[in-house]
Design a protein around this ligand. Sequence first.
Ligand code: ADP
Ligand code: MG
Length: 343
Amino acid sequence: NSQLNGSYNFDNYIEGDCNRLARSAGYAVAAKPGTTSFNPLMVYGGVGLGKTHLVHAIGNHIKSTWPEKFVLYVSSEKFVNQFIESLKTNSVQDFANFYLLVDILIIDDVQFLSGKEKTQEMFFHIFNHLHQSGKQIVMTSDCAPPKLKGLEERLLSRFKWGLTADLQSPDFETRMAIIQKKMQADGIDIPNNVIEYLAYSVDTNVRELEGVLISLIAQSSLNRKEIDLELAKNALKHIIEDVETEVNLDFIQKTVAEYFDVTLDSLKAKTRKKEIVTARQVAMYFAKEFTSHSLKSIGYHFGGRDHSTVIHSVQTVSDLIDTDKKFKASIQELQKKFKVKTG
Ligand code: ADP
Ligand code: MG
């Protein structure tokens, strides 16, 4: 039993700027395991960026080409637990022998080996043996190898023998493509403006994006409503308020509009009337300050302005705070409303 999850493959692993090198290195390894210079292949990146998916895709691809090869996926946590168990039951040799038989070893989240010296020693032994026999090793980690604290130097130096590739947070286009693909796979219709809205709003990681989609699908079926922008906003509020207690952008816009006595719509409109421009710039400034929205996302929520407009607004407001006492006082007053809410 290879412990591979058959639903993670290359077809449903969307390629983008954020993962291009890792994905193509993974594909090369899957096509020629053990015989490329990418041995070991080390993929690192933050939570929810697709490490586990990618390494399963490698394993599944190899398995489908060479059913007779012994491909093994194991989390480092499981590796550690199995090893400890073998110590307790005096079966360390069996443990080692099992791993020495593997043709392709995929070991996920090696940061988990940190500080576990005995296990590292065993892993070092297995690693050397497999590598010498031309067997492929694929690893993942949540940070770059030099930053892996508590891992032995001799192990870290082995990791450098092959290729290290990182996964970045998905860029906008990749997020769009991921949403499209997932909804398509589930046979669910989602209008383009909703895809765009979600891709702009959820810019942290793919897992969170999937969480929003799941909530959206659930709400759509519970309310027997087609997916639309309204439903998407709800799903998002649900997730974002759950994940972090931040003031949301709608609240900032509403509060600032009220304060400057302009309409909410005017903040998002094209109008360049002085008092509206000021209110809009102040709202953008607070959006930058109090939410985790990217500049791009903030611009989007202000009538589709681009990120350079947001930068300019934030700068203008900062300058005014420095030079205009009255303005500074009103900003401080407004700020209190958001601070209270963030708690
Ligand atoms: P990690 O192991 O880095 O924490 P996962 O591999 O578990 O992340 O990915 C989290 C979720 O996001 C999974 O459901 C995975 O299928 C999905 N995912 C990540 N990257 C992509 C991608 N490029 N294309 C499609 N789905 C992705
Ligand atoms: Mg993972």
